[in-house]
Design a protein around this ligand. Structure first.
Ligand code: GLU
Length: 459
């Protein structure tokens, strides 16, 4: 497991070791052994599957593309997690992301374990037909280990409904007569997907922020004002105040998060910057987010990135370097692009006091410590970006029943689930010195440990 997740899991275990209400029946030497078993189980994946997909390209060349499926832990249910298509995919990265899925599902009481897949390609460099072949081959190579009750992939960076539809179709033809709707989630509606799945991650990211800074603040302002906790002080400084917002990434997560922020009337927020792989767009008076979403939808997902295209789009804003979004003088920064965006070399240039992780692992461990020590509220990935997997769970349920929910029902259930998690985490966060990430990890590890103990896995 890459270091950051492993280190926080270890810190969580250390905190739980000294907590006498946790596993109270396991004492003395047995307690030490149980914690060693826990550390070993959580810090390593159950299974690592690797293949080289042989693909005949349209130009006649044959390539072998590295691909992974990593099954981290299934104590809480079948393995679950996306498949990423990106040129920087590596075994280490996928392992870390699979571990995060285990913790994310445990945190939100989603009855799945954690897994992740990856294919080392830049999907933009392949034709549609080649991508189709890559998807088919991925399922062929891993067909034995996938399935609705074994391991259920979903979209991640570089993949979406189209890829899930192709993959499910391949799964179906390899396993004729077996249930297949629950083999992949994040499918298109017509292939048995769920209403709201595409928007779920971005909506959940914004909901997490809104719930914390609006509903929770409103209901708890009394005791928060009396707390000496640094994060309570940061949150109170923004209570009922206007907030400037920047969003890094304008894909499936960032564009929806930006839209939610633009539309929200509970918080007096203004989206002053958005960015993508080419550019940051800035307007101190607020960007026309709907126009940008419209623009991106007709330009391969890209924002206007030259003076010419910006002018002809009619959108008012300034073009800045693509990294500039991280360093703007804003109150809130949503990170919805790649991992490792804020690290020890740039953390001191970041000015936002509230940072929400829409992407997985966008802040390195060291940078996270620096931000936390400065009283910055960092809302971690496993709390904020779980909307995708939560609605994946609803999609899986709907596929099993072949009964489908209305869109409003999906969002109501999604928000209710995220709210429940936050209500069990936020009071502790604003009352103790641990970061929100550490609080979430302790909560998830507690749940996993209790289940592993009950299942006799800690001896
Ligand atoms: N790839 C998403 C994540 O990282 C969604 C996973 C899923 O729906 O299974 O949470």
């Amino acid at each position: 497991m890459a270091s950051q997740t492993g280190a926080i899991v270890q810190q969580s275990l250390n905190a739980l070791m000294g907590d006498s209400s946790f596993l109270p029946l396991v004492q003395g030497q047995r307690r030490e052994q149980a914690f060693q078993s826990l550390a070993a189980i959580l810090s390593t994946p159950n299974k690592v599957h690797k293949a080289f997909l042989r693909i005949a390209l349209e130009d006649g060349n044959v390539v072998r593309i590295p691909a992974f499926r990593i099954q981290h832990n299934d104590a809480l249910g079948p393995y679950k997690g996306g498949i990423r298509f990106h040129e920087s995919v590596s075994e280490d990265e996928v392992t870390n992301l699979a571990a995060l899925m285990t913790l994310k599902n445990a945190l939100h009481e989603v009855p799945f374990g954690g897994g992740k897949g990856g294919v080392v390609i830049n999907p933009r460099s392949f034709s549609e037909k080649e991508l189709y072949l890559i998807c088919k081959k991925y399922v062929q190579y891993f067909s034995d280990i996938l399935g609705p009750d074994k391991d259920i992939p979903a979209p991640d960076m570089g993949t979406g409904e189209r890829e899930m539809d192709w993959m499910m179709a391949e799964y179906k033809s390899i396993h004729p007569g077996s249930p297949y709707l629950g083999s992949f989630t994040g499918k298109s509606l017509i292939s048995g997907g769920s209403l709201g799945r595409r928007e779920a991650t971005g909506k959940g990211v914004y909901f997490t922020f809104r719930y914390m800074m609006h509903d929770f603040m409103r209901d708890n302002v009394g005791w928060l004002a009396g707390s000496s906790n640094p994060f309570a002080a940061t949150a109170l400084a923004y209570a009922n105040k206007p907030m400037s917002i920047a969003v890094q990434g304008f894909g499936n997560v960032g564009s929806v998060t930006a839209m939610e922020a633009y539309k929200c009337t509970d918080i007096r927020g203004k989206v002053v910057a958005v960015s993508d792989r080419n550019v940051t767009l800035y307007n101190e008076n607020g960007l026309d987010v709907p126009a940008l979403v419209e623009y991106a939808s007709t330009n391969r997902g890209d924002l206007p990135s030259t003076e010419e295209t910006l002018k002809s789009s009619g959108i008012a804003g300034e073009l800045l370097d693509r990294e500039a979004v991280l360093y703007l003088n804003v109150d809130v920064l949503f990170l919805a692009a790649l991992e490792d965006q804020i690290h020890c070399d740039n953390v001191n240039e970041v000015k936002a006091r509230i940072i929400v992780e829409g992407a997985n692992a966008p802040i390195t461990g060291e940078a996270d410590e620096t931000l936390t020590s400065q009283g910055v509220i960092v809302v971690p990935d496993i709390l904020a970006n779980a909307g995708g997997v939560i609605v994946s769970y609803f999609e899986w349920l709907q596929g099993r029943e072949t009964q489908f929910y209305a869109e409003a029902e999906v969002y109501n259930q999604l928000f209710a689930k995220m709210q429940k998690t936050m209500n069990s985490i936020l009071p502790a966060y604003f009352g103790d010195p641990l970061s929100l990430r550490q609080n979430c990890f302790v909560h998830a590890v507690t749940k996993l440990s209790a289940v592993l103990y009950r299942q006799g896995k800690l001896y």
